[in-house]
Write a protein that binds this ligand. Sequence first.
Ligand code: ADP
Length: 698
Amino acid sequence: MLKIFRPYERALFTFKKSNNMNSPEQIEAERLLSVLFYSPNATAVYRGEDITILSANQAMLNFWGKDRSVIGKGFRAVLPELDDQPFFGILKNVWDSGETFTAKNYPAVLLTEDGPKKFYFDFEYKAMLDEYGKTEYILHTASEVTERQEAMHLVEEKSKSEQKLINDLSALNEEYYATNEDLMLKHEELFTANAELLKIRKELLTANHTLAENEKRFKTLVEKSPVAMASLRGETFEVDIVNDMVLQIWNKDRSIIGKPLLEAMPELKDQTFIDILSKVYETGQPYYGKEIKALISNGEEMKEHYLNFAYQPIVDENNNSVSILVVASDVTEQVHARESVIEFKNRLEIAMDASRLGSTEVHLATGKMESTAQFKYNFGYAANEEFNYSDLYDAILPEYREHIRGLVQKAVLTNGVYKAEYPVRWKDGSIHWLEAHGRPRYDKNGVADRMVGMTTEITDKKLEEQRKDDFLSVASHELKTPLTAVKASIQLLNRIKDKPYSQTHIRLIEQSDKGIEKMCMLIDDLLNMSRLGQDQLMLEYKTFNLHEMLSKSCNHVRLEDKHDLILTGNESIEVYADEHRIEQVVVNLVNNAVKYAKESREIHILTESLDDHVKISVQDFGEGISESVIPHLFDRYYRADHLGSSYSGLGLGLYICSEIIRKHSGKIGVHSKIGEGSTFWFTIPAKTGRIIADAALN
Ligand code: ADP
């Protein structure tokens, strides 16, 4: 146990200076030592390298647990228990260096009655220096601070445990916070759930209320609906709720309410509706009908209607049908409209086919065309061949292309129709005239994106026009020739009018007469043609003897005496026909023989009576007609080429003849051989054919 130094305890100490013990310094040191001796602090004085203990007061001896016998001995020798502690080393260092060493709360294990024990000290090894700065002795002062140290330890321990406590607490606190947050969250969830529950409860309450109102509302809904609606209840489809619209379609009034459907509308008996309703009722599956034909009685007769409708089953909580909601619309008008559009389209197609009208749609940006077969055909393309806008322009004869392009562009700009006639060259080289119409089509932004076009071939019409044009120039020329001759004759006559009547007068008068005669004939032809064109050639039927008529006609030929008219055949043939017109035909054929077979002296007129018709032939022995032109001889304006010779004529004679014979229900034709001459013939029904002729008249 530690022995605490008490100040009142006297302790003796000896301080011995090695060299001069009685010097003033010695006194000084002794005095100092005595002071120290009484100091409550433990004090010791050392000297030398082996740290000889010069002096130690009781307090120090108490610390050491030694008695005064240690004085004058080496530190290590008397305190071997401190060997493994740093004190000797420190003292040695202080001695050698002259530097004081101070320590606080320094631990030292000292021997006590109870064995070695740890104490704490504040101590100082103060180096006391001589005038040369060398260590003369070391003053060791120490005070035990074990209690303080322990107290501090205690405080430290306490503060440590406090800190731990704080740490623990803060951890706890954190945990608490986390838990709290969780709780808050849970609370919030609970709160939301609660609100939800409240809402559901409210909804349920409302639903309950709604349920009660539902039927009422449903009824109002059906009744006020702008579309035809009805509700049919139960397996017999009892008419439960109806609105005016559905009554209108059904052509019924409200008296049907409460009746089973078949009773309310007996006309539905053999129609599909009841079956469909039954199926919907059984399966619970809705049914949608599109444009279904319904025959609905209007009280007097059954009227055809087309209906779009939905049958929606209404089920109870066990999913069993209780009624069927019917929603319907009468689409009769639309169906009819569509049918008539289809009909119209069909008719249009027929008309287009009949008129050989081809149609196309050109996509202006790409030049792609969607064309009908006829359209392609008009340009000489097969239906399966690709045909685009560029091909179209390529087919058009070059001199027409730019003009057509201009017309199309103008139509696009003005939203107008373009109309044009142009010739196209087919791939086989043949030229065909087309009439084309087109109209632009615009997209929703008003930009022309397509062109719809139609074409039809007008080659025949064009040729006809061409022939007409040629004919007009021929006709004027033909008329002008005799007119010029007549004019000249009259001018000459005028000049010699005062002169005595002479041969010149006669010649000029005859010339004028001939010219006028020729003009009359030409004008007759023109008039006849014009009448034929307007179908105004009237026949005046009568019975006459053919032979008689023929022998009287063509006197002008006989008078000219350039040809012999030889009449052969049955002299008694009587025909029922327009005598004047038949004579006109014969005269025309004889005149042609005179004109085109000058060298043929004989001209034979042959009459034959065949089964039910009479045949009259006019035969010449002239140059004959080439086989290739024969099919065209009876065409209007047709005039064959006669190499080297030019004949006046309008190309109307044979055409008029054929029309007259056609009107008599007869036939006309020609046999001819180059170099041998030609036989023009016609037939008309024999007298027995009167009935036929009468029929033709009517
Ligand atoms: P045109 O007024 O030109 O004579 P037609 O219709 O009477 O017209 O005759 C048509 C063509 O038939 C004539 O242009 C002529 O070439 C040919 N033709 C008519 N009759 C004869 C004939 N007897 N012999 C040879 N060619 C004829």
